[in-house]
Design a binder for this molecule. Structure first.
Ligand code: ATP
Length: 356
């Protein structure tokens, strides 16, 4: 059913059982992924987890080891990079130093048989989209990092690809600039109605940008979902720790209580909601985020080991039962060495798997 409606219900990009090895290194180990139309998706994970390799296979810069890639129902596998309706923004921007800003952007169209003035007009439009039309005649070296990034973006969108790949595009920018560009990228994606697939190792960046986050580990997808979902309901200890640095307290499942589980940990027994499919006797972890733990009159005794001022609040590090807990605290903090009591509302914490 190759109708407009059929195309809409199908994902824009589908990766099916993708693998890639370099010699004995298995960089990508069985990825199944579907990207919705007009969505902003980030691949999030630590260095070496295979994010860039996956992106490069989608872009056509790296041959697929095995598996299938489909764009709008058409196989991409054998299509060379320049024939895929996909463009990439690289970390290094890769602008041509001897060309002007306008010429750099026009280069994105130069293989099309368009009249010269039409190419120039489209390049100017793309520059306007990233608010760089005033700098059309400059050379890349006369621009700041953020401005170069915008030019690279304009060049990548000028021929209206179906999918834009972004490989750590903001990593060369300072913190302030990065925050501004995050807002601009998200805004650009929305205005263009394009799908963006963005590689990052920065959790905050993934939260700021994404409709969907794909958390990767060792060449596989550990969990994917909306940012709020992944934050509130991590599937594994790895995701809970990587996203938002939750303290994960090991325990054992005692039984199921409605949609929650009874769990036994070093801090006692609790009934807490958690990831589905845990059986009685299974090892699991209780995920405690710093903002879900409070100091109180009652609760588990703990020692304060550090107190870090963060402006709006303090981040306390406490030790109880041989386990480190981070606690967000507003107001005057207890001193390191002091004994406090930690408590949490069982409904606001979460049980995850120990491993995938
Ligand atoms: P980073 O954020 O550091 O770029 P990444 O998550 O993007 O990391 P990849 O670059 O995809 O990870 O690398 C995944 C694994 O594959 C790593 O172990 C890496 O060393 C290996 N690898 C990547 N490219 C090659 C290559 N051309 N030859 C050999 N090994 C490679």
């Amino acid at each position: 059913e190759n109708t407009a409606a059929g195309r809409r219900t199908r994902p824009l990009l589908e990766a099916i059982a993708l693998y890639k090895s370099y010699g004995s290194v298995q960089a990508v180990r069985g990825i199944d992924l579907a990207l919705a139309h007009e969505s902003y998706v980030t691949l999030l994970g630590p260095s070496g987890c295979g994010k860039t390799t996956l992106l490069r296979m989608v872009g056509g810069f790296e041959a697929i080891g095995s598996g299938t890639l489909m764009l709008d129902g058409t196989r991409l596998d054998d299509l060379p990079a320049n024939l895929r309706p996909i463009n990439t923004v690289f970390q290094s921007y890769a602008l041509f130093p001897h060309l002007t800003v306008l010429e750099n952007v026009a280069f994105g169209l130069s293989y099309r048989s368009l009249p010269k003035d039409r190419i120039k007009a489209r390049a100017r439009e793309a520059l306007a989209t990233v608010r760089m039309e005033a700098m059309a005649d400059r050379r890349p070296r006369q621009l700041s990092g953020g401005q170069q990034q915008r030019v690279a973006l304009a060049r990548a969108i000028v021929n209206e690809p179906r999918l834009l790949l972004l490989d750590e595009p903001l990593s060369a920018l300072d913190r302030r600039m990065r925050k501004d560009m995050q807002i601009e990228l998200k805004d650009l994606q929305r205005r263009l109605g394009m799908t963006f697939l963005h590689v990052t190792h920065d959790q905050e960046e993934a939260f700021a940008l994404s409709d969907r986050i794909v958390v990767m580990r060792d060449g596989r997808i550990e969990q994917q979902g909306a940012p709020g979902d992944i934050y509130a309901r991590p599937a594994t200890a790895y995701v809970a720790d990587f996203i938002g640095g939750a303290s994960c307290l090991p325990g054992r499942i005692l039984g199921q209580v409605g949609k929650s589980y009874a769990i036994e940990t070093a801090l006692g027994r609790h009934v807490v909601p958690g990831v589905s499919g845990l059986s009685v006797g299974a090892r699991a972890v209780l995920c405690l985020r710093s903002e879900k733990v409070a100091l109180g009159e009652t609760g588990t005794p703990a020692h304060v080991t550090h107190a870090v001022y963060r402006g709006a609040d303090w981040l306390l590090e406490c030790v109880a039962g041989g386990q480190i807990f981070q606690v967000t605290h507003v107001g005057p903090p207890p001193a390191p060495g002091e004994t406090v009591r930690l408590s949490f509302d069982p409904d606001r914490v979460w049980i995850a798997r120990e491993a995938a």
